[in-house]
Design a protein around this ligand. Structure first.
Ligand SMILES: C[S@@+](CC[C@H](N)C(=O)[O-])C[C@H]1O[C@@H](n2cnc3c(N)ncnc32)[C@H](O)[C@@H]1O
Length: 311
């Protein structure tokens, strides 16, 4: 059974999770300097989702700059900040928010290590531009001496049996037996209606996306902060990875869901999609067959083909 201090409602570095109900700036001001190893967040996008009022872009950027400044203050010298963002759309024009916010991170003397492209398969279908199917994660560090454990997040090679064809290592396997670097383009399904992690929140982080950041950029027992935690995907992922989750959320219903999900993570009952390759249907799956090009004789397919190529 969990102890009562597993989840605290104010900042407590000894608790497995500190989940604050209220404005993130009020919460951040209670966190000591240089205590957090990793900040990972997806702030409001200024897109008039059910939880946000749309602000003029300059006012929005000013507010974000204040939160970024506080996140830098609480960050340990070996720590990282991962700011996940999409586009702001105004009168049909897209405005990439990560580009607008880059100066705020540089003003705080942070160094960018990657601009990770998070690619996903589902979303709105556009008719006046190409449908948007990626967002970015801007990864910054506070110093050159930063934590990065690549071995924790390697992914399977496409051709693990490939060997050197010449040179002194001819005949030996050429890949790393632990897998390859996942690169800076990540194909992870977004949390839509039939996703196992779906709650009533309109734009949740997939747990496995946050886990990659946590496993590579922090160590066990360290603190992971999401100042805009929504339904608590980041603190829940932190707990699943043996770290401590810290977060704030202004909407009471989301905060309660965050508490519930972190509790489930602590108990090992939180449903989540593991970090595995995206499902690619083959033609054997009836909905994957093209009804407009199918020949009469092909109808019915064979059960052998009724399989996905990657489970
Ligand atoms: C893009 S969502 C983040 C969702 C989150 N990544 C998850 O997995 O659920 C942004 C969240 O920030 C919350 N929010 C907006 N302004 C806030 C503030 N000033 N302080 C704390 N939370 C805030 C919103 O209610 C919303 O749930």
């Amino acid at each position: 059974m969990n102890q009562p201090n597993d989840i605290s409602s104010s900042f407590d570095e000894k608790s497995r999770a500190s989940l604050f109900l209220g404005d993130c700036l009020d919460f951040l001001r209670t966190i000591p300097n240089e205590s957090i190893q990793l900040v990972v967040t997806s702030p409001p996008y200024n897109m008039r989702k059910e939880y946000e009022e749309s602000l003029e872009i300059d006012r929005y950027l000013e507010q974000q700059e204040i939160v970024i400044g506080e996140c830098v203050r609480v960050l340990r010298p070996s720590g990282s900040i991962c700011w996940q963002l999409g586009n702001y759309v105004k009168n049909g024009e897209i405005i990439p928010l990560d580009v607008l916010l880059y100066p705020a991170f540089k003003a705080n003397h942070l160094q960018m290590r990657n601009r990770i492209v998070w690619h996903f398969g589902h979303g709105l279908h556009c008719s006046s531009r190409f449908s948007g199917r990626y967002e970015t994660i801007s990864w910054f560090t506070k110093s050159d001496n930063y934590t990065f454990n690549l071995d924790q997040v390697r992914v399977p090679q496409k051709y693990p049996g490939k060997k050197y064809s010449s040179g002194p290592r001819r005949g030996e396997y050429s890949g790393n037996p632990r897998g390859k670097n996942p690169s800076d383009v990540w194909d992870i399904p977004n949390v839509k209606s039939r996703h196992i992690e779906k709650t009533r929140h309109p734009c949740q982080f997939p747990i496995s996306l946050v886990q990659r950041l946590i496993l590579s950029m922090s160590k066990e027992g360290q603190l992971v902060l999401d100042p805009f935690m929504g339904v608590g995907s980041a603190p829940a992922a932190a707990v699943l990875c043996g770290r401590k989750g810290v977060g704030a959320e202004v909407v009471e219903a989301y905060h309660q869901l965050a508490v519930d999900r972190v509790q489930m993570a602590l108990q090992g009952t939180l449903p989540f999609r593991e970090d595995k390759p995206v499902f690619i249907p083959t033609e054997g799956l009836s909905v994957a067959r093209n009804p407009w090009t199918e020949h009469e004789g092909d109808k019915g397919g064979t059960s052998q083909r009724n399989k996905a190529s990657i489970e």
